[in-house]
Design a protein. Structure first.
Length: 94
C-alpha cells in the first residue's frame, strides 16, 4: 500500500514511515466505513487530521494544553469529528 505523496510530504517531518502508513490505514478504515471513496477526499481529511494532531502535540509540548494520553485514539477522534461535520454519515441500527 502506498501513501499519496501529498500526505507523505506533510507528515514526514513529524512521523516515521511506519507511523505514516499506520495513520493512513486508520484513515482509510474510517472513511471507507462512512462510504467516502474519493482519493481527493481522503487526502483532504488526512491532511486536516495530521495538522490538528501536530498542533495539539505542540501545544502539549509547550505546556499550553493537557497531555494527550493516546495519539492514535486522538487521531481517530479528529477523523470522526471532521467526517461528521463535513460528510453525511450513515448510521445503522442492527
Amino acid at each position: 500500500m502506498e501513501v499519496p505523496d501529498e500526505i507523505y510530504n506533510i507528515a514526514k517531518p513529524f512521523f516515521s514511515d511506519e507511523e505514516i502508513l499506520s495513520l493512513y490505514k486508520t484513515m482509510l478504515k474510517e472513511t471507507i466505513g462512512n462510504n467516502i471513496y474519493d482519493t481527493e477526499d481522503h487526502i483532504e481529511i488526512m491532511i486536516y487530521a495530521i495538522q490538528s494532531l501536530v498542533k495539539s502535540k505542540k501545544k502539549e509540548f509547550n505546556g499550553l494544553a493537557s497531555k494527550i494520553k493516546n495519539d492514535r485514539a486522538y487521531y481517530i477522534g479528529i477523523l470522526r469529528e471532521y467526517i461528521g461535520q463535513h460528510y453525511f454519515v450513515y448510521n445503522t441500527v442492527v
